[in-house]
Design a protein around this ligand. Structure first.
Ligand code: T46
Length: 136
């Protein structure tokens, strides 16, 4: 797996005939404090989002409903992680380029992030990203 990526199992508490409750805690299940939660919904099947990297932000991505494909690139290697169960999460803790593909209509992508929104933390141009990682 590309350095800076980790897959984790989100804890699940089943209740007979009443579904599951799942949870994770910042600084316990993931190694950062959670300052922001955001989620992406109502995306039609076949759409790509993302197309950027973050310089410092750490994130945990999970898909409680539906199926998305997360394509991660570190400038040399590529890895595809499929999020298709509410129990699977992808933790990204390095400046990695990502593209996300919606495999099922209206899949919900949720993100727990280590910091507040800051557009200056984004690199949205791939050539600029390659320069950024080679200068580190
Ligand atoms: C990521 C992937 C998985 C805000 O104003 N506040 C926010 O907290 C966020 C996350 C976004 N925005 C604004 C910035 C743009 O004007 O919402 C607009 C759409 O954001 P963006 O084009 O970056 O959306 P995605 O789906 O390409 O990327 C998002 C996150 O931005 C990014 O951190 O890793 O989801």
């Amino acid at each position: 797996m590309i350095k800076g990526l980790k897959i984790i199992d989100i804890k699940r508490i089943p209740t007979e005939d009443k579904g599951n409750l799942q949870f994770f805690e910042g600084n316990r299940d993931i190694d950062f404090e959670i300052k922001r939660i955001y989620y992406i919904s109502e995306v039609p099947k076949g759409v790509w989002r993302g197309g950027h990297a973050h310089k410092r932000l750490k994130q945990m991505l999970f898909c409680p409903y539906g199926k998305v494909q997360v394509k991660i690139v570190d400038g040399f290697n590529e890895e595809i992680i499929v999020l298709d169960t509410p129990s699977k999460a992808l933790v990204i803790s390095a400046p990695l380029w990502r593209d996300i593909y919606w495999e099922i209509d209206s899949s919900v992508l949720c993100v727990a992030a280590s910091d507040y929104y800051d557009e200056k933390d984004y690199i949205r141009d791939y050539e600029e990203y390659l320069k950024y990682i080679s200068s580190r």
